[in-house]
Design a protein around this ligand. Structure first.
Ligand SMILES: NC(=O)c1ccc[n+]([C@@H]2O[C@H](COP(=O)([O-])OP(=O)(O)OC[C@H]3O[C@@H](n4cnc5c(N)ncnc54)[C@H](O)[C@@H]3O)[C@@H](O)[C@H]2O)c1
Length: 436
């Protein structure tokens, strides 16, 4: 029996051992899905603290309960290690390591490269490797395949290689991981088929596409679509400000159209690991092909201008009361990049904080999800949201609309509120509350 036929049999019998490399926001939930489906899962992470947490049955991701981790660890189905050598045992390996940008906003593929270099050491007949980290079209084919083929094992015959983008949406309680269809594109038809078999064990629907490049492009289309539409909503916010219109009223009314319109909302700027980052992977790839991705550039410009525009609106608002930003006490309410997550990566709140400080404001923040925040210069700690804190500010800026905050209390106690998220909408119009 060929090695890949045996792999297919093992996947179907759920006796295949699943490896997950990178146990972060994406990797930990994925590893648990396979474990819950009855597979034995080996998780690999370079962060010793995460390995120790997993093995002790503790979760460090807000969307994952420690009880879920403990159940799979106690049942002997899930174990974490930093030793890549243990992947010799794994039949299917999912790579979920970070794909950030360099300082010059080019793709930083160092994490995915170091992961595949380590996988090359244990590659054997009958293994399936699936890259899940978001990346530019061509990464699997041009970067992963040649490195794995150095083993002289035949792709599609001895081992399989595919790309399957991750679509997880942290804090989204509407869709369980298994309910979001999984797109899969392999290096050969057989690679696609085997990756599809593996994901069918944990996802309700698998969507095969014709190549790894197509699967890579699907993810970038999804995130570019979102980034551009958020950019449009942000520009509409600026337009409505000029026209002295309430952008939220306009968007809500437009969203009543049952077809041909999809609601996106403005905010203080893009944040998180995906939307501000991923379209740059596509734009970079296209620059190598002498093509300028103009929609991406334009939307990036608008989105990147948002924190500065918010600072400008705060200054205008204080100015109306004969106050300067310089010397004003300003509290940022929420620094996570979106509501109900503990993730402050790329959060626009940090840009707003640093800009206001540079103008001489005395800035503090409160965020129950993010106890500490670091800029390039220094670190900040969340302060308590006491009555005294709220009363003593010249301005409270709602930068993240966490659901646990009592906005009625904030508006009752604060002298002025600038709301970038429309969190105070249910309170109706209030003289001292300004909305984006
Ligand atoms: N977070 C999301 O909402 C989301 C959604 C869709 C796609 N993605 C993509 O998924 C990928 C992973 O994102 P994430 O948010 O889970 O990142 P993360 O930072 O939360 O987790 C990545 C993990 O990989 C580990 N790691 C780094 N280098 C490693 C290596 N060489 N070997 C083993 N482990 C290593 C890190 O310690 C970390 O625990 C990225 O490409 C991201 O763009 C993320």
């Amino acid at each position: 029996m060929s090695a890949l036929v045996e792999l297919e049999r093992k996947i179907q019998a759920r006796s295949a051992v699943i490896g997950v490399v990178g146990l972060g926001y994406v990797g930990l939930p994925l590893a648990l899905s396979f474990a819950r489906a009855g597979f034995r899962v080996i998780g690999i992470d370079v962060a010793q603290a995460k390995v120790a947490d997993v093995n002790a049955g503790r979760s460090y991701i807000a969307d994952v309960d420690s009880a879920e981790v403990r159940a799979e660890v106690d049942a002997g189905r899930f174990r974490a290690t930093s030793d890549y050598g243990e992947l010799a045992e794994a039949d299917c390996i999912n790579v979920c390591v970070p794909t950030p940008l360099t300082k010059t906003k080019d793709p930083d593929v160092s994490f995915i490269v170091s992961a595949v270099e380590a996988l090359c050491q244990t590659l054997r007949p009958g293994q399936l490797i699936v890259l899940g980290s978001t990346t530019y079209p061509g990464t699997t084919h041009e970067l992963y395949r040649p490195l794995l083929e150095r083993s002289e094992l035949q792709i599609g015959e001895d081992f399989s290689l595919a790309f399957a983008p991750e679509r997880i949406d942290p804090a989204n309680k509407t869709f369980a991981i298994s309910q979001v269809p999984k797109v899969v594109g392999g290096e050969t038809a057989r690679c696609t088929e085997l990756a599809a078999r593996m994901f069918e064990a944990v996802f309700d629907k698998v969507v095969p596409v014709s190549s790894s490049e197509a699967a890579e492009m699907v993810k970038l289309l999804e995130n570019t679509f979102r980034m551009i539409n958020v950019g449009l909503a942000n520009e509409i916010a600026m337009i409505c400000d000029r026209l002295d219109l309430d952008v939220w009223e306009v968007i809500e009314a437009a969203a009543t159209k049952p077809y041909g319109f999809m609601k996106f909302v403005p905010g203080p700027g893009l944040g998180g690991h995906c939307i501000p980052v991923d379209p740059n992977y596509l734009a970079w790839k296209l620059r190598t092909l002498n093509f300028n991705a103009r929609f991406i550039e334009l939307a990036s410009d608008v989105n990147q201008a948002m924190p500065g525009w918010v600072v400008d609106r705060i200054a205008r608002s204080l100015n109306r009361d004969r106050l300067a930003v310089n010397g004003s006490r300003i509290l940022l309410l929420g620094v996570a990049y979106k509501a109900d997550v503990a993730d402050a990566r790329e959060s626009p709140a940090l840009d707003i904080l640093v800009d206001l400080e540079a103008l001489g404001a005395e800035v503090n923040y409160h965020d129950a999800w993010v106890p500490e925040l670091r800029s390039e210069e220094r670190s900040y700690r969340s302060i308590e949201l006491s009555d005294e804190t709220l009363r003593s500010q010249d301005m409270v800026v709602i930068t993240t609309d966490h659901s646990r905050v009592d906005y009625a209390r904030v508006c009752e106690l604060a002298k002025r509120v600038f709301d970038t998220r429309n969190a105070t909408r249910p309170l109706g119009p209030l003289d001292h509350v300004e909305r984006l």
